[in-house]
Design a protein around this ligand. Sequence first.
Ligand code: GLY
Length: 373
Amino acid sequence: MNPSADVVVVGGGAVGCSVAYHAARRGARVVLLEAETVGSGASGAAAGMLAAQAEARGPDSFLDLLLEGRKMHRKLGAELYEVTGLDAEYVWEGTLRVALSEAHAKDLSEALRWQREAGLSARWLDGAEVRELEPALSAGISGALYLPEDGQVNSPRLVRALALAAARNRAEVSEGEPASGLIRQRNRIAGVRTARREIAAGSVVVCGGVASGTLARHLGIRLPVAPVKGQILSVETITPPITSNVWDEECYLVPKRDGRVIVGATEEPGTHDRRPTLGGVAGLSGAAIGLLPHLARRPFAGAWGGLRPGTPDGRPLIGPAGDPEGLLIATGHYRNGVLLAPITGDAVSALALGEQPAVDLSPFSPLRFEGQR
Ligand code: GLY
């Protein structure tokens, strides 16, 4: 079989579209196969927080990857705008991790300690300072960990911009075309099969998000990816009453440039049903109003759910699948697919084309759970 693509990407979420864009920008012939439409999975549902520091649990290789993702996002917006004319609506106003209880304040001050020791920008604000920065927030907030370098983006728009930027770099982006099997030649990948064609390829990258486990089984490999449902609400305002991402133990609020305040998110393992529930909407609404009382008087604009691709240790699966050679995995990004999309896309497209990735991917090897099953 003569390769008709250098790289076939399976899955058109933020990560898949980013792999396709970065590979196409490197001059590769790329085909992206998406079973439904680009952004129809978790990244289309996401609130779009780029909260590298707020998501991190300690100074380790995962923090480094999150920070690298955030750094790349700082340049990506302008780059995508130049290539596509689409504005992904980045906002760089930081994250406030607010405390409503003593116990939570203690956890946050521990996070402040290690973040400062790691040389990151982080500050403690007392209640008065929190309300000076965000006057509409509840008087019940006793303090907050302020992470000024975090940001946010309109995630569905980002996915569209990445897909379009890939297409502008001559990638073929095919919607409604699921991959149905891998083509192997001895121990090497030779391509991908769909219902209507065979695509010969040098490398294949599986970026199927929560569908990766099932997809992998169809393709004859095993991946430990399981859904963790997140429900999200949207509230309409004219000018959002907050500027930064605001996050307590019950919910987070993300003020969008178009006036919406996005309220997220539940964490519900063990279901494939994406639909929002009354309990989910009630819990998030109560928590959001508790943080930002103004929201009680604003129109409810909708609720939806997404399925985060969870892994046993909450970290992504990025790198070679081992067997067959040339098969790469970029999935399991759990809470951080949007944030990590640029660095994963850049690193995996380098691997796919036989180059050295700019970051060490060994801590995220998809093979790290082998022998544990
Ligand atoms: N990235 C936030 C969430 O997954 O809810």
